[in-house]
Design a protein around this ligand. Structure first.
Ligand SMILES: [Ca+2]
Ligand SMILES: [Ca+2]
Length: 646
């Protein structure tokens, strides 16, 4: 039963709680960091943990102009200081992002993804300049409109000179414990501008030209005409963009060397454009090289309209070496909450029901809109519906990504309609106008981002539907004894008679409203949900602490209810092959088991292990292989990814 907020939970008291939570979170982040002076330690992890992050995606030109001196750029014709011509540059830059980092930090953002920073062609194509950054001329230089005029590469500055506003941005981010996600494009360079196409430079030196392609850097098959033809999608052109020939080793060496230069400057993660337009072998080679070069880099790709029922996008997510943006969930949320589809939350659940198709569903990047589709509020202007959609991605499985300005209800509905697949580009890229740190959504995101870092059930746990109608959705996230319970209602006020929360009995406080609720025998009785309301209860259990923590994930194992996956091995932490002392994993979905395993005695040593299945009334079923061998890092957090060997 709901009651009004306690008078004791004043704002000032709440701030203390947040500070304590922050301190705990900071400590966790410190523990997560591998020692930088032990380079080999990087080899002891097969992956990087990114699930506690909250990503914020910025169209650089449309965020904030922190340096009017660079706004005119090399071709002043492409700059509109009045910000009326949507196809031209409006002045946003990297100094503007630095100026707003405290705003973003306070919002709970832990990682920023910026549209590509590479030098672009300085011309208009179908009335638009390359403000989005996807028409690259030189992958080793930065668009001069985004940096200080003295950083301009044409003044003979090179990659080696690490004193640019780009380097300052990275340093300022890291000082705030925030991460930088570089948006990269490997599929194409630039389209036809006044007869020039695909002119490409290597740090200022011209190396390729589509119209004089002596060394075959590009494919010359024309535009994609049949989107169902996989060969065409991979080899033909997309909107007239000069498309690289990935079979050319010189091209591959160029693009890899460019990305490695940016990693050397302190980039923490990569977002990769148009991944479906290149063959998977290219990505496997690319990701293998990048992970060898910098094993602590997290990478995710844009497979446009990826879906758990699309075999090819699922194969890409599982086998390419990178995670992907979760378009399937995005569209379900847009249909359920954006355009009010009759099936409502059942559409959302039907996507989550397919999570077993992914090896890493908890690592998918979740979002409700981006630069290529209507902003959510163009579909549905109701700010309360936007709050629900954001609460949903902030508390569901996956890593949430907030499109810039969402927290300020930024949207421009010119040419908008109610099609959740619709694209009102360029009107979905308005200039950021308000910086209100008291907006209800700003506050929600701050709270829920803190929760993601504090409660491991949010970042790593399983997701269980507890009550589902088109209008009402209640679910539980669970990892070990940490629990998150969420209830949301897209319709008119409703009372849910009883719903299982899996929370300990007693009083619980809604993270968003601070209202108190009573849980008895795990149930909430007569739960009153207001119109377009969400409530969130968090219970944080004991965290795993050890010198070395292994985050082990096992895929491709079929279990029945009552069966439990354990990990058994030749070290005391894994029971010295005594199956009765093996370490249990947590069930995530029918394809995934996961656990953090603490190692102290065996930290830094070579160990052997295998997975086994505990079964009721039967002897344990062990994996059918000699054993897996691995050198444990001597400290820090590392990740294992394995597939059941039967
Ligand atoms: Ca500027
Ligand atoms: Ca291609």
């Amino acid at each position: 039963m709901a009651s009004t907020p306690s008078s004791l939970s004043s704002d000032s008291q709440y701030e203390v709680t947040q500070t304590e939570a922050e301190a705990e979170v900071e400590q966790l982040i410190v523990e997560d960091k591998p020692e930088s002076d032990l380079d080999l330690e990087f080899l002891y992890t097969r992956d990087i943990e990114f699930r506690q992050e909250t990503i914020y995606f910025i169209v650089v030109d449309r965020f904030y102009d922190g340096d009017p001196g660079n706004s005119k750029g090399p071709n002043p014709e492409l700059y509109d200081p009045d910000r009326q011509d949507w196809g031209k540059y409006w002045g946003g830059d990297l100094q503007g992002i630095i100026d707003k980092l405290d705003y973003l930090k306070n919002l709970g953002v832990t990682a920023i993804w910026l549209t590509p920073l590479f030098e672009q062609v300085e011309d208009l194509f179908v009335g638009s300049a390359a403000i989005h950054g996807y028409w690259t001329k030189d992958f080793k230089r930065i668009n001069p409109r985004f940096i200080h005029k003295d950083d301009n590469p044409s003044l003979n500055k090179t990659q080696e000179e690490k004193n640019t506003v780009f380097d300052k941005l990275i340093a300022e981010l890291h000082e705030r414990n925030m991460k930088f996600i570089l948006d990269i494009v490997c599929n194409h360079s630039n389209p036809d501008f006044s007869g020039k196409k695909g002119e490409l430079y290597d740090d200022g030196v011209k190396i390729a030209d589509f119209n004089d392609d002596k060394n075959h850097w590009y494919h010359h098959y024309g535009e994609v005409t049949d989107w169902e033809d996989e060969w065409q999608v991979q080899n033909c052109e997309l909107s007239g963009l000069a498309t690289f020939n990935e079979n050319n080793i010189e091209y591959r060496n160029y693009i890899k060397s460019a990305i490695k230069q940016w990693l050397d400057r302190g980039v923490d993660a990569l977002r990769v454009d148009t991944v479906k337009h290149m063959p998977i072998w290219f990505w496997q080679e690319f990701n293998g090289d990048i992970q060898t070069y910098r094993p602590d880099v997290f990478t995710f790709g844009e497979w446009i309209y990826s879906s758990p029922i699309n075999d090819r996008s699922v194969e890409f997510a599982n086998d390419s070496g990178m995670s992907i943006l979760d378009f399937g969930l995005c569209l379900a949320i847009r249909e359920a909450l954006g355009v009010g589809a009759e099936a409502g939350f059942q559409l959302v659940q039907s996507i989550l029901d397919q999570d077993h198709r992914y090896n890493g569903a908890t690592e998918l990047i979740t979002f409700i809109d981006n630069h290529d589709m209507h902003r959510f509020q163009t579909l549905n202007p109701d700010p309360e519906m936007l709050r629900l959609a954001i609460a949903l991605i902030m508390t569901s499985r996956g890593i949430p990504c907030i499109y810039y300005g969402t927290e300020q209800y930024l949207h421009n509905d010119t040419n908008g309609d109610n099609n959740p697949y619709g694209n009102n580009d360029p009107y979905n890229r308005p200039m950021m106008e308000n910086w209100d740190t008291d907006s209800p959504l700003y506050r929600d995101i701050r709270l829920l981002s803190g929760l993601r870092r504090l409660n491991p059930a949010v970042s790593m746990g399983s997701q269980w539907e507890k009550y589902l109608t088109p209008d009402v959705y209640c679910y539980v996230r669970r990892y070990r004894d940490s629990v998150l319970f969420v209830a949301m209602n897209r319709g008119e006020p409703v009372t849910v008679e009883a719903v299982d929360t899996e929370l300990p009995d007693g009083e619980h406080t809604d993270v968003l409203s601070r209202c108190k609720f009573e849980v008895k025998e795990g149930l909430l009785h007569n739960l009153e949900l207001g119109a377009r309301d969400a409530i969130v209860f968090s219970h944080v259990g004991e965290r795993i602490k050890a010198q070395t923590i292994v985050r082990a994930q096992l895929n491709a194992v079929q279990t029945q209810p009552g069966e439990v996956i354990v990990i058994t091995g030749d070290c005391p932490e894994l029971g010295n092959w005594d199956i009765a002392k093996a370490y249990p994993l947590e069930y995530i979905n029918t394809n995934t088991w996961f656990a953090e395993i603490p190692f102290n005695e065996s930290a830094g040593k070579l160990i052997a292990y295998k997975y086994a299945m505990w079964r009721q009334d039967q002897s344990p079923l062990r994996e059918n292989l000699v054993c897996r061998r691995w050198v444990l890092a001597s400290q820090g957090t590392v990740k294992w990814r394995d597939k059941w060997a039967s």
